[in-house]
Design a protein around this ligand. Sequence first.
Ligand SMILES: Nc1nc2c(ncn2[C@@H]2O[C@H](COP(=O)(O)OP(=O)(O)OP(=O)(O)O)[C@@H](O)[C@H]2O)c(=O)[nH]1
Ligand SMILES: [Mg+2]
Length: 362
Amino acid sequence: MLKCGIVGLPLCGKSTVFNVITRAGVEVKPYASGKTEPNRALVSVPDARFDRLVEIFEPKKVTPAAVEFVDLAGLSRDASKGAGLGNSFLSFAAESDALLHVVRVFTNPDVPHPEDTVDPLRDWRIVEMELIYRDLSVIENRLSRISAKKKNTLEESVEAELLKKLQDHLMEERPLRECLLTDEERKKLTGFTFLTLKPELVILNLDEGQRGSVPQAEALEAELEGKGLGVVRLFGSLEMDLTQLEPEERAEFMKELDIAELGRDRLIHKAYRILGLISFFTSGKDEVRAWTLRQGDNAVDAAGAIHSDLARGFIRAQIVAYEDFIAAGATLAACRDKGVLRLEGKEYPVKDGDMIEIRYNV
Ligand SMILES: Nc1nc2c(ncn2[C@@H]2O[C@H](COP(=O)(O)OP(=O)(O)OP(=O)(O)O)[C@@H](O)[C@H]2O)c(=O)[nH]1
Ligand SMILES: [Mg+2]
């Protein structure tokens, strides 16, 4: 299951954003000290194509694609040196596939700010530095373990060389995602769970009054754009209230407040995209299901996602793109007539929206 960890300074609105995304209704209050397990929830990825397939096949069972979101304790300045509650939660961030980084833009006099003033760019940098320091300490530990050995294998020497390159990069206060790495080097690093190598989506948490030009938000947006990081504006508190309403009531309320679309759907889509994920579908009378793969995965990976037997006994994959299926009249027979139903081999790179049936023999 793919995971998104929610990070940010204390009291920036992480649990609020978690509730917006998951509709879980977790209590919004300062993270209780002594709490050792984060809030977690599975979220179905909204997908109009999937909804359409359900209408067409009228299956007994429907299973949309899902991502797990994890609500962590706030990271204070010096968290990596043990300050605050957030440090012990860095391990949960490390096991995430991507980070959602919440930054406070709202000015609520009732909610104290750990740095006293509202300054999104500064706050984003503080947390980014904590992530960098944590990666540095992981590298230092590993390097000292390697150098403590009397004799190193060639593999260890190569690894130490690579880690030193990353260390130099981090020492310049730059995240690892900005470090040029070959595919081979990346492969060597898969055993590590570097935080600054993970895809990151920044969420600006605004008050509903903060519309149009918000100079403080723009300063951070400009910085992130330069770095190629995704950023989304969200009215955290307002959207959390909206999640409590019935759909009709919600629509009415949104009209009154002049809100065109829910930030929630936008956010989930963007999170899915920055994770580099794609969906493929299996569909029939029994079940319509959306499956998650990484961009670049092939037909055998798709088979393996469904069941290891299908990967082992893989013969061919029967594939039609969702758009072609709909255009052909939404039956496989019509797709066959039009020649848009194809048989593909193991190496076929699966595309977002492929409808797949695996032919196998075990
Ligand atoms: N006005 C306003 N208040 C907000 C907004 N988002 C969060 N708050 C308030 O800020 C306080 C903290 O919100 P949380 O979502 O608990 O923040 P958190 O980051 O999870 O806090 P910790 O887990 O303690 O680090 C609550 O009182 C929220 O009601 C917002 O968009 N606008
Ligand atoms: Mg919280």
